[in-house]
Design a protein around this ligand. Structure first.
Ligand SMILES: [Zn+2]
Ligand SMILES: [Zn+2]
Length: 355
């Protein structure tokens, strides 16, 4: 089953190691009263999401939850036991964004504990159309894929490529909406929500000021480049949003970054710059392809370099790859370097400014 939102085909690994060969992490103490619990992801190359547990005198507060599977729930349950706590005692679940591996299990935790669930409003408002009644969204996805130039014979497969994740999400409505700068009430800790749209329109990072920790969700991961696909729920220019959200973290003096996947790391600014450079390289690649003449996004995507050949990228991965190509085109368009001729497919070409 494809992951909803990281597309390994274009993952760039900073350190060369294959994530699949790394040992599965254990429950770890991050700081006094702060724990990391790996919660397994089903059939997924990322293998786990890291749930962070803040201990307080009222009970634990979580950042992110996991997929809604028995395995995930069991891992969270035993992880909490290991740190001397219990699912029933959870007071709050701060979800970084609505992707299934972060949000899917939140409802079940709330049922067991009465905890509140929080999200940024921009993600909260996508839940119904995405998870409860996705028929209209699927129609919009198909129309968008046709404009991108997807071949007719692949349309149905691509349109439905995210459907297998639906049963793994409990589409609950959050109790608390956290805007940019909000201070979720977690006694004894000094957390601030930082709105970092891009990977998802309502993605939140959390800064813990007493220990200088950045809980970065999927926004900044140590090796993988988060997928930033253009799609009907992504907003007008998701990659431009993402790049601005990288800049937004630049001022923070961070002792350690606590991401939702992979592993903790210390040098946030270096990683921010690597991510910017990755996208600069991709912009250059798109412009070079367009020097050969106007093209559909599908065409451009099929000629870009991925970590495997285009023919080996299928289903959700292919949709993510084309969506990510469009994201790059939208930034270049806003910068006046490419222009677009409406149609089916939409055709992209260089402007004079790019020449
Ligand atoms: Zn995600
Ligand atoms: Zn994720």
């Amino acid at each position: 089953m494809p992951h909803e939102h990281h597309a390994p085909p274009h993952a760039r690994r900073a350190r060369g190691a294959a994530a699949a060969n790394d040992p599965f992490p254990i429950v770890e103490q991050v700081r006094d009263g702060l724990w990391s619990i790996p919660v397994p992801l089903p059939n997924n190359s990322l293998r786990y999401v890291l749930v962070y547990v803040f201990e307080t005198d009222r009970g634990p507060y979580l950042i992110d939850a996991g997929w809604n599977t028995d395995d995930a729930y069991g891992a969270l349950e035993s992880g909490l036991k290991e740190v001397g706590s219990d699912v029933a005692d959870v007071q709050g679940v701060m979800v970084t964004h609505i992707h299934p591996d972060h949000y899917g299990l939140a409802g079940r935790i709330r049922e067991a504990s009465g905890a509140w669930i929080s999200l940024h409003p921009a993600d909260a408002e996508l839940i119904h159309d995405r998870y409860d009644e996705p028929a209209d969204l699927l129609t919009a996805v198909a129309a968008s894929l046709r404009r991108m130039g997807a071949p007719a014979e692949e349309l149905d497969t691509l349109k439905n490529a995210a459907m297998p994740v639906l049963p793994l999400v409990d589409p609950v409505v959050p109790d608390v909406l956290l805007e940019d700068g909000a201070r979720p009430e977690v006694p004894g800790w000094d957390l601030t929500a930082i709105w970092t749209p891009g990977h998802s329109p309502g993605h939140l990072c959390f800064y813990e000021a007493s220990q200088d920790l950045m809980l970065s969700g999927d926004h900044v991961l140590p090796r993988i480049t988060p997928n930033i696909p253009f799609h009907p729920q992504a907003g007008a220019n998701p990659l431009r949003d993402f790049l601005a959200s990288l800049d937004k973290l630049e001022p923070y003096e961070v002792d350690e970054v606590l991401p939702a996947h992979e592993y903790r790391f210390s040098d946030l600014r270096t990683r921010l710059e690597e991510l910017r450079q990755h996208h600069r390289d991709r912009f250059a690649e798109v412009l070079a392809i367009l020097r050969g003449g106007s093209s559909s996004a599908w065409d451009i995507a099929s000629r870009m370099t991925w970590s495997r050949s285009w023919d080996d990228i299928a289903g959700f991965m292919r949709r993510a790859a084309v969506g990510e190509t469009v994201s790059h085109l939208k930034v270049l368009e806003a910068d006046g370097l490419v222009e677009v001729a409406d149609g089916e497919p939409v055709l992209w070409s260089l402007t004079e400014k790019a020449g």
